[in-house]
Design a protein. Structure first.
Length: 276
């Protein structure tokens, strides 16, 4: 009798699906994840390479935007889309649209017996404007608060949930090559880290940390200053698992190989395997 095959779920900020398509197709063929969560597509839905992705046996759910942002779920199984934007929409006065976002940063659906979301959290820099907290940083913190509320609601469903993506948050000092240099950056500011920790304290598991408690490994390296060659990176892409998903966690790892390829994204995939 064959052993059940684990379900492989990955996340990757591709930093333009058009620019990165050959690398993405090659990785899909090689790694063959059951589900791939994509961020920073930088295209509208009409510009998404649906045919090329479909030829490899993947269904897709895309929330796109011209030039910026953009998220997608790819799955070998059918996808039932539940949300095309993060619920809880009213943003602070003067900040973007009142139904919470014209920015394409969130898509959630049910596939392969799992509820999954692809998340591209706001960067938040610069944190100050004329010595005052910036609108960009306030937007990031408001977005994290909305994510907290929705993540809590998802736990109440008792579904196996994976929240994956580019969170633009460095959780702890060991998750960045030089913590001191990053202390005032929106990705490492205490407010961002506290908001992320608040989500974790609901009962989510950081899949990578669960399997690698002390490892200093990264998912993003700047294109500048030889960061990749020096391994000056940060761990900002995460897979957060509800208890029902965490109970099935078999493996989690970061695949560095795509970052070393020609015309690479500045991020590399992170993946986990869940026992069937």
């Amino acid at each position: 009798m064959n052993k059940p095959t684990p379900l492989k779920i990955a996340s990757w900020n591709v930093n333009s699906i058009k620019a990165r398509l050959p690398n993405v197709l090659a990785w899909l063929k090689e790694a063959s994840p059951d589900i791939l969560l994509l961020q920073e597509l930088k295209c509208e839905e009409s510009g998404f390479p649906a045919l090329e992705i479909g030829d490899l046996g993947y269904n897709h759910a895309v929330v796109g935007q011209k030039t910026y942002n953009g998220v997608a779920i790819l799955s070998k199984s059918a996808i039932e889309v539940d949300h095309r934007k993060l619920p809880g929409g009213v943003m602070p006065v003067g900040m973007h649209s009142h139904d919470g976002d014209e920015q394409a940063r969130y898509v959630e659906g049910f596939t392969s017996g799992m509820r999954v979301a692809s998340i591209y959290l706001p960067n938040g820099n610069p944190t100050l404007e004329n010595g005052q907290p910036s609108e960009k940083f306030a937007y990031k913190l408001a977005w994290l608060e909305r994510l907290y509320a929705h993540a809590r609601a998802l736990l109440a469903t008792e579904d196996a949930v994976v929240l994956g993506g580019d969170f633009n948050v460095i959780p702890e000092p060991e998750d960045v090559h030089d913590p001191e240099a990053w202390k005032n950056d929106a990705l490492f500011r205490m407010e961002s880290r506290a908001a992320f920790r608040k989500i974790m304290h609901l009962g989510y598991t950081d899949a990578f940390r669960a399997k690698h408690p002390t490892a200093q490994r990264y998912t993003w390296w700047d294109y500048q200053r030889g960061a990749w060659a020096k391994d000056d990176g940060a761990r900002i892409d995460h897979l957060l698992l509800s208890p029902q998903a965490a109970d099935r966690l078999a493996e989690c790892d970061i695949d560095r190989k795509p970052r070393g390829k020609e015309k690479a994204s500045d991020h590399t995939p992170i993946w986990c395997a869940l026992k069937s």
